[in-house]
Design a protein around this ligand. Structure first.
Ligand code: HEC
Length: 100
């Protein structure tokens, strides 16, 4: 059972959080599971887009730092901000990198 542990990202510009996340090499498989629980309602079961945009090739348009800010920042409603610990954020990033 995988779930987001509560991790308060007081400030999404917080470099410590970003640096810690980028140091990790997460699991795309676990990221896939997290994506299915938290993101598919808007981005579609295969991330091809629904309410939210298609996320295939997103890692070519945005760098990891920008993606972290997108997920944790809540800057683009209706997408919520996710309070996600660095390990799970890294898992999600690796999942997004696995989409072509
Ligand atoms: C309530 C709906 C909703 C949920 C849930 C949601 N998103 Fe989004 N997402 C959006 C919308 C809408 C946008 C487009 C925002 C904009 O730029 O106007 C977006 C944009 C994005 C982008 C940037 C896309 C781009 O083309 O710039 C990424 C990356 C992203 N979402 C990842 C995720 C991930 C990962 C999750 C799960 C942890 C998630 N989203 C959950 C609605 C959602």
């Amino acid at each position: 059972m995988i779930c987001f542990s509560i991790f308060f990202v007081n400030n999404h510009e917080n470099n410590k959080y970003i640096i810690e996340t980028l140091k990790l090499n997460g699991s795309a498989e676990e990221g896939d599971a997290l994506f299915k629980m938290n993101c598919v309602g808007c981005h579609g079961i295969t991330a091809r887009g629904l309410v939210g945009p298609d996320l295939h090739s997103i890692t070519k348009r945005l760098n990891d730092k920008e993606i972290i800010k997108q997920v944790t920042g809540g800057l683009t409603p209706p997408m919520p901000s996710f309070e996600i610990d660095p390990v799970n954020m890294s898992n999600l990033l690796n999942y997004l990198h696995s989409l072509e």
